[in-house]
Design a protein around this ligand. Structure first.
Ligand code: NAD
Length: 305
């Protein structure tokens, strides 16, 4: 493997992805504004990038995993990473981003630079264990080049032209948000009508009520940390992007709008920097119930094979 991978954004998702690529034997040049995750990547074998433009200039394949479109703007435009990309290199953005923005940045890229969008799903545990699902969009030759690398992080679904990766990712989150907004209502309804939470959970996970939210995220509610590895701020970013995509649908997306409203309400009550499952805590507080449940709940960021 002679290609150099540049990796910018070593957060909850980016750091474990970066560490996996280092573990797979790739040459990685890494950068983050924060020292702690950059030190961890360097200790694992990455070269310390001087800044984002330095990483882009070194990279045959540049990967970015940043919170929101404005962070991508700061890195790729203001930070000079886009202009620093060499002809023949490729930029794959793993951020859940606005499709039109990625398309615009692709038109601003230097000649001979390929651009792919590949947002991911599977949470921090999926990133740590190489079991993400990645939604890749872009030109055929760009996908052919980058998919074998992304496949080290999980399963890659090729979605179509540039931007479709973000559309597919956001649809999967649209359905997750609706489930997450609903599960606290299910717990509250059962408990307020005399059923113990362990009985409810057993029934939900062995019935038509089952879901990824129930299995993967129920434990974060029971443990009472509500999963801070994905914040309400990022949920609201995605819900805003979904609302933009929804404007193109010639029908009312009632469930999506309702989910957006309850996530907004959670952020107003508890702040934007807390865990995503605070959307269910609203029901505990409103109905004077507790969803704490004893169990061997492993937090998503503590999972290892
Ligand atoms: P995060 O906030 O944990 O990490 C973002 C990282 O980017 C931080 O380390 C931050 O220091 C760094 N950063 C910000 N601005 C920078 C700059 N100008 N230069 C260099 N580094 C910079 O975010 P995350 O949870 O890892 O999410 C990353 C992306 O993945 C988001 O788009 C999110 O929606 C998506 N996502 C997250 C999860 C999850 O469970 N956390 C799951 C799927 C997808």
């Amino acid at each position: 493997m002679t290609e150099t991978i540049g990796f910018i954004g070593l957060g909850n998702m980016g750091l474990p992805m970066c560490l996996r690529l280092i573990g797979e034997g790739f040459n990685v040049v890494a950068y983050d504004l924060r020292d702690a995750p950059l030190d961890e990547a360097v200790a694992a074998g990455a070269v310390r990038g001087l800044d984002v433009a330095d990483v882009a200039a070194c990279a045959d394949i540049l990967l970015t995993s940043l919170p929101r479109p404005d962070h991508v703007d700061a890195v790729m435009r203001a930070g000079g990473a886009l202009a620093a990309l060499r002809p023949g290199s490729l930029w794959a953005d793993l951020t859940t981003n606005r499709r039109e923005f990625v398309e615009t940045l692709a038109t601003e890229a230097p000649d001979g630079v390929a651009v792919v969008d590949s947002p991911v799903t599977g949470a921090v545990d999926g990133a740590r264990n190489g079991r993400l699902t990645l939604f890749a969009g872009g030109p055929d030759e760009g996908l052919a080049r980058v998919v074998p690398i992304l496949a080290k992080l999980g399963r890659v679904i090729e979605c179509g032209p540039l931007g479709t990766g973000n559309v597919v990712k956001l649809v999967t989150n649209q359905l997750w948000f609706i489930h997450a907004a609903a599960i606290g209502e299910g717990f509250a309804l059962g408990m307020a009508n005399g059923v113990e939470l362990p009985v409810l959970y057993d029934a939900i996970t062995d019935s038509v009520g089952d879901s990824f939210v129930a299995r993967h995220d129920g434990p974060s509610i029971f443990a009472g940390h509500y999963d801070p590895s994905f914040t309400l701020d990022l949920c609201l970013k995605d819900l805003g992007l979904l609302s933009e995509l929804g404007d193109r649908v010639n029908a009312e997306l009632t469930m999506t709008r309702a989910a957006h409203e309850v996530f907004e309400d959670a952020a107003e009550r508890y702040g934007r920097d807390v865990g995503e499952l605070h959307v269910a805590k609203r029901l505990e507080d409103d109905a004077d119930l507790s969803f704490r449940m004893a169990g061997d709940w492993v937090a998503p960021w503590d999972v290892s094979d």
